[in-house]
Design a protein around this ligand. Sequence first.
Ligand code: MRU
Length: 399
Amino acid sequence: MSVEQLPRTIWWEDNAVHMIDQTRLPLQGDVLVCNTYEGVIIAIQTLAVRGAPAIGAAGALGVALWGSTEGMQFETLADEYLVAAQSICDELADARPTAVNLSREVNRLRAVIEKAAAEELSPETLSELLIAEAHKVMEEDEAANRALGDYGAALFDSPTKFLTHCNAGSLATTFYGTALGVIYSAHTQGKVEHVWVDETRPVNQGGRLTAWELLFAGVPSQLICDNMAAFVMGEGLVDAIVVGADRICANGDTANKIGTYGLAIIAKEHDIPFYVAAPSTTFDLELTEGKQIEIEVRDQREIEGITVSGTFDAPSPEISAAFDKMIAEGPAEMPLSKGHHMTIARKGGGFAFDAWFKNTPTHVQCFNPAFDVTPAKYVTAYITERGVITAGEIKEKMA
Ligand code: MRU
């Protein structure tokens, strides 16, 4: 068991974007194949691919996918191509607002398109350049994560009890992870005593993804509900907190998964160092402070109920035939009471289901901000591939 054996998050194969469908982990290791850039946008918005660097890679691959499919229908890179390509880039960049990596990587590919048009290259040549650039985005991300992991591990010299929030692991990046990258490097060096994993409501990226990654990599860990973090800190069971980031402003204010801000305040109260681990691609020097960060507000169904995915075998050939009849024209909605939903589809010799069970009152109103901003004053240091830096060093080191 080792981090190196974790599956890749996202990759290019057969002129299509492939990704592990993170909405189905850990119960299903399904691979989602996107053949159109619109499919990539849906995957980003539904969290099939999520985590700041991973959606950056998805955005880059989405542009490359358009360039190597629909983009090939143009004869030249003249005006019509450019108008279409700019609009595809805008759509991809806007698929989710908070993590800067998405627009940054899409804009990186946009620049390749603009340069190719200025040089009057052909759509075929541009398609190859876009695929190559998207691969560079992914390679650089993995290299940055491995480097920041080692810088972070060097901060600790004895077995350490960590706490982390959300999933800033391999799945949130192209490989290895940021906050978990630090933990993986520290584990390799024998410096991890324990990792507390915040469940991370409402989508449970901690309970579903981080807990799974750490088990897979053989790192000792325990899952807790978010509201238990103060208790474990108060009991002296946490030496350091390491979280990832979606956007870090020039002054060090940091957007990360909702709940991070509260953790940082509790850490300060208990004199526990609070580290943000992120590659340089997550720093946004154009924003001076956290108030300028757009916070994504998501569907209230994420709070109103729980989603469960799985597979089952029909208990008899008759029942199997009945299900087959029901799904003859594609995945079918099962009629359920009390507002619950279940979709059933064929999977191999059995069936797959996606169920949403409502566990709140019928007309409940919810507010579902997906991120919060931790003011720089609560962050002990930022662990990056360029070294461990303080808020005061961001403008110089991340320029
Ligand atoms: O909504 P998500 O799952 O995309 O949110 C992800 C996070 O907040 C992560 O902690 C962050 O992107 C850092 S990932 C290296």
